[in-house]
Ligand binder design. Structure first.
Ligand code: SF4
Ligand code: MG
Length: 314
């Protein structure tokens, strides 16, 4: 398939459409067909904002979101509609994301009918086939979200996104609310479907164990910027950026789950007013005088491995 496929460049600051968004600055992130890119960082670093940019739910205040080579903002209404369908976001909170007054058949089947993917008369069979693919029976069709467990609701959310037959799936902390064992089951099924369907995926998580499990390539975000990017195996074997090293040191990898980044000292500053120079300098054990003044740029330090740290300049 032709590249670049999906590419996000640019920035977004402040508030958009009455919701608070975390600033994203000078980001370039490319996702190739069929590829899973993991985006990791502490909560509040701008990951979700970047995910919403990628899904076309937010417009960048600078830069562009390219979908199959075309600028999302410059597309015709028709092309934009097609792109919206092709870019599906699985939301952070499956509990809040499902309308409690709608039956599952409608939750999953309404948008495909509205977008003309299927006829109304095909809805029931179509939804049942997607339910089967996420491991749920046809008995789910007539039930409401509150009648399901958290793991089942996550599966319904996945089926809803997949029923739009997307090409790029954006998963924002899609399993974070679930128990660890349920999380593993849902993740395994999601990634099996991703491979079967040949979907590209932007997988957003604060959890390195989850990111490691799913990603072909990983981007590490700190205060609205990508500070390191590499193939997953390379990143975990030889992390370059002190922030990535801190994340890895803080994350036990034996089991997925919520954890805090204890190996990194200090609080995450506001992405709207990041420290000067390298934004990580107040927390970095290797900070030098120039780190307070000069912002490091992403540089290739090995094939396909990029890092933004002055230590690489020596
Ligand atoms: Fe640390 Fe300086 Fe590298 Fe930033 S540029 S990560 S402060 S050594
Ligand atoms: Mg988030």
């Amino acid at each position: 398939p032709a590249s670049p496929w999906a590419r996000i460049t640019g920035q977004l600051r402040g508030r958009a459409a009455s919701q608070v968004v975390h600033a994203v600055s000078d980001v370039t992130l490319q996702i190739d067909a069929g590829e899973v890119v993991g985006l990791v960082g502490e909560s509040g670093c701008g990951k979700s904002t970047l995910g919403r940019l990628a899904a076309g739910l937010l417009a960048p205040s600078g830069g562009r979101v390219l979908w199959q080579g075309e600028d999302l903002a410059a597309m015709s209404d028709e092309a934009q509609r097609a792109a919206r369908r092709a870019l599906q976001l699985i939301f952070q909170d499956p509990f809040a994301a499902l309308n409690p007054r709608m039956r599952v058949q409608q939750i999953i089947g309404e948008a495909p009918v509205v977008h003309g993917r299927i006829a109304r008369g095909e809805q029931r069979a179509y939804v049942a086939s997607w339910l089967a693919r996420v491991g749920l029976g046809a008995d789910a069709l007539a039930r409401y979200p509150h009648q399901f467990s958290g793991g089942q609701r996550a599966r319904i959310g996945i089926a809803r996104a997949l029923a739009m037959e997307p090409q790029l799936l954006i998963c924002d902390e899609s399993v974070a609310a679930l128990d660890v064992s349920v999380q593993a089951q849902v993740l395994t099924q999601l990634m099996q479907l991703q491979r079967e369907l040949g979907l590209a995926c932007l997988f957003i998580s604060h959890d390195l164990a989850v990111i490691r499990h799913v990603s072909d390539r990983v981007a590490v975000m700190y205060l609205g910027r990508i500070v390191e990017q590499a193939p997953a195996a390379q990143l975990f074997a030889a992390p370059n950026h002190p922030y990535t090293q801190g994340l890895l040191a803080a994350a036990p990898t034996l089991q997925p789950g919520r954890r805090t980044f204890v190996a990194i000292q200090g609080e995450l500053p506001s992405p709207l007013a990041p420290p000067a120079g390298c934004a990580f300098h107040p927390r970095c054990p290797h900070a030098m005088p120039r780190c307070r003044q000069q912002r490091p740029v992403l540089r290739a330090i090995a094939p396909d491995h990029w890092s933004a740290c002055h230590l690489n300049d020596a």
